[in-house]
Every structure is written in C-alpha cells, then in structure tokens.
Design a protein. Structure first.
Length: 363
C-alpha cells in the first residue's frame, strides 16, 4: 500500500514536472507570441500613421488639384466669354467700317461722276469761249481789213486830190483869164469848201472807225486775258479736284487695307484662341487623369488599410485567445505557421472610396 502511494507520488511528480515543462514551454511560446504581437501591433500603428499621412497628403493634393482645375476652368470660361464679347464688338465694328467704306465709295463714285459732268460742262464752256474768241478775232481781222482798205482809199483820194489840185490850178488860170479873177476866186472857194467838208467827213469816219477798231481790239485783248485767266483757274481747279479725288481714293484704299488687316488679325486671334483652348483642354484632361490616378492610388491604400484592419482584428482575437492557457499552444502554432507568417489574410482588393469617386471631376 505504501509502495503504491510512493509510486503514485512519483507518477504525480513526473506528471507535475511534465506539466511544468509544458507550462514553461507554453509560457515561452506565449512570450514569443506576445513579442510578435507587440511587434506587429507597432508595425500596424506605423502603417496606419503612414497611411493617414499619405491620405491627408493625397486629400490636400486632390483639393489643390480640384482648386486649380476649377480656377483654370473659370479662367477658360471667362476668357471664352471675353473673346466672345470681343468677337461680337469686332464684328460690329467691321460691319460699321464696311458700311462706312461702301458709303464712302458710293460718295466717291457720285463725286467722280459729278466731277466728270462738271468737267465736261467746263470744257464745253471753254470751247464756246474759244469759238467766241475766234469769232472776235475774225471780226477784228475783217475790221482791220476794212480799215486797211479805207486807208488805201484815203491814200488814193489824197492822190486824186493832188491831181485835182493841179487840175484846179490849171482851171483857175484858165478861168481867171476867161471870167475874171474875182468870179474865179469865188468859185474856187466854193469848191475848196465842198472838198474840205468832204474830206472832214471822211476823216471823221476814219477816226471813228479807228476808235471802234481800237476799242474792239482792247475788248478782244481783255476777253483773251480773261479767257486765259479763266482757263488757268479752271485748269488749277481741275488739277486740285483731281488731287483731292486721288487723295480720297488713296484714303479709301488705306481704309480697305486696314479693314483687311483687322480681319486677318481677328482670324489669327481666333486661331490662337482655338489653339489655346485645345491646349487648355489637354491640360484639363491631364489633370483629370492625374486625379484618376490619385483616386486609384487612394483606393489601393484603402485596400491595404482594410487588410491591416483585418490583421489587427486577427491579432486582437489572438490576444484574447492567448489569455486562455489551454489554447496558448494552438495560438503559438497559428502565429508561427507559414500561412499566417505575415499576420494578414488574403482578401480581394476593394474598390476606390466613394468619396474619391464622387469627388472626381468630369471632363
């Protein structure tokens, strides 16, 4: 009996030693599991902190990009509206300038037509005055011819008078011998008086005709000088009017050229605006692509965060299970097993966050 008790005690001591060895083994495993849990908890906290920092930085970058994109879109819309207003103003100005140019061309055409008519009228008046001057010249030539003929007649009359005087002297001598000196003297005086009156009449007619001829010649000279002055004035006026019309035509050509240059500049500005708009749309698409990439990156980080949270939940469950001594060995085996060497479970990647999807601008 005593031997059985001794054997039972020995058996109990062996079992106790075995249990103590098992307990020490489990305690060592629990210590290792606790250290591993603390290490992974620390790594998890670091990952969470890093993720939060990256998330905050990503949110700030997204906000800055959204602000820049909104600002750029606002500037683009404002510039497009400004260009639209400028295009409308320029179109209105071009229409007004075109209308003014057409009116000026019509006025110039009307002035040219009126000027041609007036010039034809002036030329007709000049031709009429030239014809009148030619007629006056012919009349003066006719009067000069008559005056020359009258001078010739007067000279012929003077010769006739000389011959008549000689004949009278001869007749006087004969009459004095035949009728007596007193009666002959009386007859001679009567004849001389008649001849004197005749010559006086001829002389007065000649003087009168000469005066008329001189007056006509003076009027002709005055008319010729007046005609020359009028012709010179008309020539100067025609030259001045032609110069003014030429200047107006050049001014209209310059206005038309300026209008064409403005239209070319407007077309160039429109092409430049279209080019800048295309570049702005390219920049906007690039920003949207960057935002999409950032949202995708944020979605992957959220997936990693979910995995880390799952690992944290797993470690929490493991810590709870470690508190139970009978399960310490199984916990240590699970912690040291290859399947759970990383402390996380394989889970499918989740989709990007709803906030990122909703915050992504549309092109």
């Amino acid at each position: 009996m005593e031997q059985e008790i001794q054997e039972a005690r020995s058996e109990l001591q062996r079992e106790r030693a075995l249990l103590e060895r098992r307990l020490r083994f489990r305690e060592e495993h629990l210590a290792k599991a606790r250290q591993e849990l603390e290490r992974r908890q620390k790594e998890f906290d670091q990952k969470v902190q890093q993720f939060r920092q990256r998330s905050a930085q990503t949110e700030r970058m997204l906000e800055v990009r959204r602000t820049q994109l909104d600002h750029y879109r606002a500037l683009l819309e404002e510039r497009e509206a400004s260009l639209g207003r400028e295009r409308e103003i320029l179109s209105r100005q071009q229409r007004l300038q075109q209308e003014e140019l057409e009116k000026a061309r019509k006025r110039l055409a009307a002035d040219q037509e009126a000027w041609e008519q007036q010039k034809q009228t002036q030329q007709a008046e000049l031709r009429r005055q030239q014809d009148m001057l030619a007629l006056h010249a012919e009349n003066l030539e006719a009067r000069r011819a008559r005056l020359d003929a009258l001078r010739s007649e007067l000279e012929q009359t003077h010769r006739d008078i000389l011959e008549m005087r000689m004949a009278v002297e001869e007749a006087w001598a004969q009459l004095a011998q035949a009728a007596g000196e007193q009666d002959a003297r009386r007859r001679v005086e009567d004849a001389r008086r008649a001849l004197s009156e005749h010559f006086q009449t001829l002389r007065e007619d000649l003087i009168r005709q000469r005066r008329e001829l001189e007056e006509a010649q003076r009027r002709f000279e005055e008319q010729r000088d007046q005609f020359r002055a009028e012709r010179q004035t008309l020539t100067d006026w025609i030259t001045e009017r032609d110069e003014r019309l030429r200047i107006r035509e050049q001014s209209l050509d310059r206005d038309a050229k300026i209008l064409q240059e403005q239209q070319a500049a407007w077309r160039a500005a429109q092409q430049q605006w279209l080019k800048e708009r295309h570049e702005a749309e390219t920049i906007i698409r690039s920003l949207l692509r960057q935002l999409t990439e950032l949202c995708t990156t944020q979605g992957r980080e959220l997936t990693e965060l979910h995995e880390v949270e799952n690992a944290e939940q797993y470690l929490t469950n493991a810590s709870t299970r470690v508190a139970d001594p009978p399960e310490a060995a199984s916990v240590a085996e699970e912690l040291t097993s290859p399947a759970n060497s990383d402390g996380v479970t394989d889970k499918p990647a989740s989709e990007p966050s709803v906030a990122c999807q909703e915050g992504e601008p549309k092109a």
